[in-house]
Design a protein around this ligand. Structure first.
Ligand SMILES: NC(=O)c1ccc[n+]([C@@H]2O[C@H](COP(=O)([O-])OP(=O)(O)OC[C@H]3O[C@@H](n4cnc5c(N)ncnc54)[C@H](O)[C@@H]3O)[C@@H](O)[C@H]2O)c1
Length: 463
């Protein structure tokens, strides 16, 4: 890793030299000065944004022995942390309580405390606006609130997923204007994307390599040595843009491959071919193939959103991201396909959609998590209700629907038990509870988007 940083440092140092010539505020800070300034810090790391990304990050640093401050505008989150309670289902309260008791973790909504942190990591949302353009308001508001508290020698790392150029073109100027400090000289700035895989018991934080880009070689070194505390491998890259583009490439790759299997699912279904068996057989190829699985549409905070950050930025360079748009089109059409399969199932029972009782299994977008952001289940629910169906849902991970950006109208609805009081059951999310459920005994037509059920009623429809 050191050799890699050294190569990158050489590339960067030429650019830096040019920049330095034109700067009047250039200061050479010795290692001794650095140490003196940093000794006055209280927290090794502060994490702004304590959601699905920020909270596990806090815990990883706390476990490494670092003193961590979590900061969020949502007071309920800092209050829960202080009380040792988790608000994310797959994160254990005991992990938070232990860190709080050991005094390695505390949380607040007070941004002025950030002045006491050696490093500050930003993990706030980056959604799309209603016109599907990047909504950087959370990032901008965060850096505006941070800037007055920024001090010399602090390291700031943006972790939120975003388009290439955000750290240099958006974060840097706001921090500099609000603090009077210069990035790369007075404070350090870097970008490092998160690779969180919520709910996957096999995913281990420290095993997942961390890609890091810095504004300068010193920024890169500072950020690498910070993350080396919590991951086995850091992957230094030449600049922030490369790190930003890397994250987008990973998610665009997923979006496009999911679109491919979704398209094949529809075609193979009409040919009487089970796409799941095809994928299983293709996966035996030891090279050149990687399985992706079809579903009712994209969900979560990443795959349905991130590719369009690049599409927006590409327009600035006169390019239309045609493949990204096409994949988006195919994936967005999946809820309509699922609705058509529900209509088929009802039709075969001699029932119209209007006034039929539909039970959706799974409101969370992904198996065994409570995250329902951008969930296709909401799109399907709304489409069926528009046609006059009475729709209920069951989700062991979402007992009550909380208000959210993609589903205001559904907030407050409660999960109901699985029973035979329905005309059709639609399995949208492959929670482990559904894999084990006896649908055969229930004998209600089942539409299955996930090939999840091992026990199938006589009327079974793949979707
Ligand atoms: N969830 C994932 O699996 C995942 C994986 C990789 C990357 N990401 C990216 O990480 C970023 C964060 O995602 P997330 O899933 O953790 O989001 P989240 O919604 O779960 O959490 C974000 C937190 O930021 C807080 N926040 C919003 N504005 C703030 C502000 N101005 N100051 C302080 N706190 C503020 C919110 O209250 C919330 O607690 C996004 O860019 C996302 O695309 C997410």
């Amino acid at each position: 890793m050191e050799a890699r940083i050294s190569t990158i440092s050489k590339q960067l140092s030429k650019q830096e030299l040019d920049k330095k010539k034109s700067r009047t505020r250039l200061k050479l800070v010795t290692a001794g000065e650095d140490k003196r300034i940093l000794q006055s810090r209280v927290y090794d790391v502060a994490v702004i944004g304590l959601g699905y990304v920020g909270l596990p990050l806090c815990l990883a640093f706390a476990k490494s022995g670092a003193s961590v401050l979590g900061v969020d505008v949502d007071v309920s989150k800092s209050t829960s942390i202080q009380a040792g309670k988790s608000y994310i289902k797959h994160i254990a309260s005991t992990d938070i309580a232990t860190a709080v008791e050991n005094k390695t973790l505390s949380a607040t909504d007070d941004f002025s405390k950030l002045t006491n942190a050696e490093s500050i990591l930003i993990c706030v949302p980056t959604p799309l606006t209603i016109n599907r353009t990047p909504d950087l308001s959370y990032v901008k508001n965060t850096v505006k609130a941070l800037a007055p508290h920024l001090r010399e020698k602090q390291l700031v790392v943006l972790e939120s997923t975003t388009y290439p150029g955000t750290t240099d073109e958006v974060v840097k100027p706001i921090l500099e204007a609000g603090s009077g400090l210069i990035a790369g000289e007075d404070f350090y700035l870097a970008y490092s994307p998160e690779r969180e895989d919520p709910g996957n018991p096999k995913s281990n934080f420290s095993d997942c390599p961390k890609v890091i880009g810095g504004l300068s070689s010193v920024c890169l070194e500072k950020a690498c040595s910070l993350y080396e505390r919590i991951v086995k491998n850091v992957v230094p890259v030449s600049d922030c843009k490369i790190a930003e583009a890397t994250k987008l490439m990973e998610n665009i790759f997923r979006s496009i491959n999911i679109a491919l299997v979704n398209e094949l699912k529809v075609i193979y279904s009409q040919m009487g071919i089970n796409v799941w068996e095809v994928i299983q057989a293709a996966s035996t190829k030891p090279f050149g193939y990687m399985p992706f699985y079809p579903g009712p549409g994209l969900g979560g905070h990443c795959i349905p959103i991130d590719p369009f950050y690049l599409s927006w930025k590409a327009l600035e360079f006169g390019h239309h991201t045609r493949l990204i748009e096409l994949a988006g089109e195919i994936n967005t059409a999946m809820p309509d396909y699922v609705v058509s399969r529900v209509i088929d199932a009802l039709n075969d029972s001699g029932k119209p959609v209007k006034k039929s009782r539909v039970l959706i299994l799974g409101i969370a977008y992904k198996a065994d998590v409570d995250d329902d952001r951008e969930s296709p289940s909401y799109v399907i629910m709304q489409a069926l209700e528009k046609r006059g169906a009475f729709v209920s849902y069951n989700d062991p991970h979402v007992p009550v629907i909380q208000p959210g950006r993609s589903h205001h109208a559904e907030a407050g609805r409660e999960s109901v038990p699985i029973s035979n009081n329905f005309d059709v059951i639609l399995l949208c999310t492959n929670h482990k509870e559904y894999k084990e459920f006896n649908f055969e005994a229930l004998n209600v037509p089942l539409v299955d988007c996930r090939n999840a059920s091992s026990s199938r009623p006589a009327s079974y429809y793949a979707a």
